[in-house]
Design a protein. Structure first.
Length: 68
C-alpha cells in the first residue's frame, strides 16, 4: 500500500528488503524505533509506517512533507 501511495504521488523511492538482511533490519529498527514494516524515511528522516503515511495524506500534510 505504501508503494501504491508513493507511486500515485509520483514520488521516486528506493525499496530496501530487510527480510533478507538481518543487519539492515536491525538498523531500520534502531533508526525508526519501530518493529513494524514498512517504515518510510525521507531525506534521512523517519516519516512513519503505512498507516501514518495515509493519515498524513488524509490530513493534507503528505504533499507538503514531500515537497520540502
Amino acid at each position: 500500500m505504501v508503494k501504491r501511495l508513493l507511486n500515485s504521488k509520483n514520488i521516486n523511492f528506493t525499496e530496501i528488503d530487510i527480510g533478507r538482511n538481518p543487519e539492515l533490519k536491525q538498523i531500520m529498527i534502531e533508526r525508526s524505533n519501530r518493529h513494524t514494516f514498512p517504515q518510510v524515511f525521507f531525506n534521512g528522516k523517519h516519516i512513519g509506517d503505512c498507516m501514518e503515511l495515509y493519515d498524513l495524506d488524509r490530513k493534507g500534510l503528505f504533499d507538503k512533507l514531500f515537497k520540502e
